[in-house]
Each structure stands twice: as structure tokens, then as C-alpha cells.
Design a protein around this ligand. Sequence first.
Ligand code: HEM
Length: 123
Amino acid sequence: MASYYEKVGASTVREVVDDFYAVALDDPDLKPYFEGVDLPRLKRHMVMLLCSVLGGPEVYEGQDLADAHRGMGITGEHYELVGDMVVTALRKHGADEEVVRHVATVLSQVRGAVVEQSAEAAR
Ligand code: HEM
């Protein structure tokens, strides 16, 4: 049986990530978070992460997710928004529902590392 990675393909992952950041950076709520960020580096890390989540050989070499997002004050609401954008980009590029479900499961597992607890409490 083909792995998720084989089904989707690394070049599609790159397109998904490009698309996702185009949408996220166009969102007035999300845009401020990314001000001054080295976007090519961020995209590269996101591609590696998504490839490895899908079962590919890529090794994620970015920062630990909790360290990368610490102090940004990311709310649950913004997290859900970003998660939806990732899923929408995957579907747009033809990922089937099994792949989408797998990615959604992983997203729910890393939620605690990305969302700032104090931002949650303040809601
Ligand atoms: C949905 C799950 C998310 C995943 C899987 C994820 C993944 C990542 C990854 C892999 C990096 C790169 C770390 C590095 O380069 O070492 C990163 C950085 C970043 N993320 Fe996320 N992220 C998520 C959600 C969010 C959300 C909700 C926001 C803001 C609303 C956000 C804002 C950022 C910013 C601004 C950076 C750049 C940090 C820097 O380079 O200074 N992320 N994220």
C-alpha cells in the first residue's frame, strides 16, 4: 500500500505549503505574527515537517514546535484558523480524505505546543 507520502508527493507538499502561507499572510489577523520572519526558512521547515508527518524520509531540522512558538501569544482561535488553512490547501491539491484525517490528527496532537496557555486562559 502506498504511504501517504507516496500518494501526495514531495512536490505537492511544496505547493501546499506555498499556498498555505499565501493565504495565511493575506489574513489580517495572522499577518502580524509573521512580520520580520525569514519566510523561505519557515517554508523549508514546514515542508520537511509535513513530509515527515506523511511518512517521507525527510527529517525535520527546525526548532522544537513549543520553542518556535513560545511567547507569540497564539490563541486557540488562530490555531484553528491555521489548521483549517492547511487542510484546505491539502484538499485543493488533491489530497484524499485519509491523508487529510491523518494530518488533522497530528495537528490536534501538536496544538498544546503551539497555543499559548495564557492566551487560552485570557479568552
Ligand atoms: C497549526 C500548527 C502549526 C504548525 C505545525 C507550525 C509549524 C511551524 C514550524 C515548523 C515553524 C518553523 C520553526 C523553525 O523554523 O525552526 C514555525 C514557525 C512559526 N510559526 Fe508555526 N506552526 C503552526 C501554527 C502556527 C500558528 C497558529 C501561528 C500564528 C498564528 C504560527 C506562527 C509561526 C511563526 C510566526 C513562526 C516563525 C518563527 C520564527 O522564525 O521566528 N504557527 N511554525
